[in-house]
Design a binder for this molecule. Structure first.
Ligand code: PMV
Length: 340
């Protein structure tokens, strides 16, 4: 048992879903399976400092780039309350959580996924320091389980590359409780797959993901949406194997637009896309028609556009992104990452 203060550290990247998670039940149980690419360059680094204490309260402070963030604490406290039964030492220490993101703030990259992932990795590391005997694969599984309780999509960030969360008969070993690395064969077209994020709007989101998930309860098209995600995932498996980029694009873009269609048809309805989101989508389609080059898009719960393309076409596509898309439609910033 550790009676002295100390620290553990971890890093965890953000991820972008190809098959979207939108709608949950109970405590962070997804209504459909999802699959994502974990990014490479956009990650959170966290140092968790711990100091033994006597009382029975959860005590923590959160710092971002050295500055105390009091508004971040309630979400982490709620997270700690949820995971207390799985990490019984949480009340024995006061914690300082020091985080740094390698990507710009409000860039449309989910810092909750990388942040909750990194913090969960710190906690399993600390568990082992306190005498837990988790092996490397058990540590990752537990970190993914914990991260899910912080932010659903965060559980997929624990593993690199393609990751699946949500029980489905199409993925052996898949679970609603944690993510697993994608177990099937992947064509080289999808290795080092590129994701360039075009920042359309850097403002605060008008509707949070939590509220959005909630609006899937009683949504008129919920059942069809959950079924459609399952079908899209099933169709994606042979495509990832045979490298058919056109078929990949059809599914991924359909998923992105389905996610936003759910937002537009919930009660109350809302729209997170901006006029430039649509203009960029039109430009991508036009570019594809004119050049036959494999450039596709996906969207997260926001206005920014993730531009997806294989490594072999990156020179020509990067030129188009810089000359046409970036100069005309984005807010001035762009985040270049690549996945897998
Ligand atoms: O993890 P949450 O609760 O922030 O939900 C994220 C949902 C989407 O990012 C829109 C889709 C996904 O699967 O990542």
């Amino acid at each position: 048992f550790l009676t002295e203060k100390g620290s553990v550290s971890a890093k965890c990247a953000s991820n972008i879903a190809l098959i979207k998670y939108w709608g949950k039940r109970d405590v962070q149980i997804p209504m459909n399976p999802s699959i994502s690419f974990t990014l490479n360059n956009s990650y959170t680094e966290t140092v968790l400092k711990f100091n033994p204490k006597e009382d029975e309260e959860i005590a923590l402070k959160v710092f971002l780039d050295g500055a105390l963030k009091e508004d971040f604490a309630p979400k982490i406290i709620q997270f700690f309350q949820r995971i207390e039964k799985y990490i019984p030492f949480l009340k024995r220490f006061e914690f300082e959580i020091h985080t740094h993101n390698t990507f710009p703030h409000s860039s449309g990259i989910a810092s909750s996924a990388s942040g909750m992932g990194a913090l969960s990795l710190c906690l399993v590391e600390l568990e082992n320091q306190l005498g837990g005997n988790l092996k490397e694969d058990e540590k990752l599984k537990k970190a993914s389980f914990l991260a899910r309780l912080g932010s659903g999509s965060a559980c997929r960030s624990i593993y690199p590359g393609l990751t699946v969360w949500g029980e489905t008969e199409n993925i052996e070993g898949s679970s609603d409780l944690y993510a697993v690395p994608y177990p099937h064969e992947v064509h080289e077209n999808f290795r080092n797959f590129q994701d360039c994020i075009l920042l359309i709007d850097e403002g605060q989101k008008e509707v949070s993901s939590t509220v959005g998930h909630g609006l899937m309860e009683g949504h008129p098209y919920a059942a069809q949406r959950f079924q459609s995600a399952e079908e899209n995932l099933k169709k994606l498996i042979p495509i990832l194997k045979n490298g058919d980029l056109e078929a990949f694009g059809k599914i991924v873009e359909h998923e992105a637009l389905s996610l936003h269609a759910m937002m537009m048809t919930s009660h109350p309805y809302f729209i997170l896309m901006k006029p430039n989101t649509l203009k960029v989508i039109e430009k991508i389609w036009e570019f594809r028609k004119n050049t036959s080059l494999p450039l596709y898009f996906t969207l997260d719960a926001g206005a920014n556009v993730h531009l997806l393309y294989p490594e072999f076409a990156k020179e020509e596509i990067a030129l188009f992104i810089m000359e046409t898309l970036k100069s005309q439609y984005n807010s001035g910033k762009m985040v270049k990452d690549f996945s897998f």
